[in-house]
Design a protein around this ligand. Structure first.
Ligand code: AP5
Ligand code: ZN
Length: 212
């Protein structure tokens, strides 16, 4: 299947996309991870305001469409089935996406703003393998140490409270209209994103099964 997972920063897109990719044996295509892996790539030839993705990400701003569209195009060409996470983030990206692929299911993870802030400021990620934790909701067995690989757990550069607020503002301004766009098209299904990760996954899975 071709699945699009939408939601605000911290809604659980990464957490749930990994599970979906495994359950349906499809690719997890995520612009956030792709950009983090290429933070210092020189994009100055694209006539951008800053020279690297890092500068945008650390400010909580969107990386320019030309950069992100290219990442997604390449990744989707190589994928049979996929779950797309972190894209499209504005209406121009949504239009680009509709030109290069067709979607079977568009799922929106609904989470309140207070919960989003708690989740993001408490998130810790493994510096080695990228595994995701939360200091309160899903702590590792040993504080600061990855259960999976023993690596150090760190806070993402953009998970400080100020940057989180800016990311949520950018989401409201640019990405909330994308959610409305799919709602208007009649293809959006909404899932309550505030249960446990297992509960949320069960709801998403049901929707994807129903759509495919
Ligand atoms: P990106 O990496 O996409 O970040 P995001 O959208 O802000 O989403 P997050 O990864 O922060 O949250 P998530 O929804 O995946 O939640 P998670 O599962 O981790 O983008 C980062 C930056 O890259 C952007 O700001 C931008 O600069 C750039 N960028 C990316 N895509 C772009 C694009 N298309 N165009 C332009 N720029 C782009 O969960 C969060 C926390 O909550 C974790 O600690 C987790 O353990 C916990 N948690 C998850 N589920 C639950 C639950 N059910 N109950 C309790 N806790 C939970
Ligand atoms: Zn690890």
């Amino acid at each position: 299947p071709h699945v699009l997972l939408l939601g605000a920063p911290g809604a659980g897109k990464g957490t749930q996309s990994k599970r979906l990719a495994e359950a349906f044996d499809i690719e997890h295509v995520t612009t956030g991870d792709a950009l983090r892996a290429n933070k210092d790539m020189d994009i100055s030839h694209m006539d951008t305001e800053y020279d690297t993705p890092r500068a945008y990400m650390e400010a909580g701003e969107l990386v320019p469409d030309a950069v992100v569209n290219e990442i997604v195009k390449t990744a989707l060409q190589e994928a049979d089935g996929y779950v797309l996470d972190g894209y499209p983030r504005n209406l121009d990206q949504a239009e680009y996406l509709s030109d290069i692929t067709s979607l079977d299911a568009v799922v929106f993870l609904d989470v309140s703003e207070a919960e989003l802030v708690d989740r993001l400021t408490g998130r810790r990620v493994c510096d080695d393998c990228g595994a995701n934790y939360h200091v309160e909701f899903s702590p590792p067995a040993t504080e600061g140490v990855c259960d999976e690989c023993g690596g150090d757990l760190i806070q993402r550069d953009d998970d400080s409270e100020d940057t989180v607020r800016e990311r949520l503002r950018v989401y409201e301004e640019n990405t909330a209209p994308v959610v409305e766009h799919y709602r208007d098209e009649g293809v959006l299904v909404e899932v309550d994103g505030e249960g446990t990760p297992d509960e949320v996954f069960a709801s998403i899975r049901e929707e994807v099964d129903a759509a495919t």
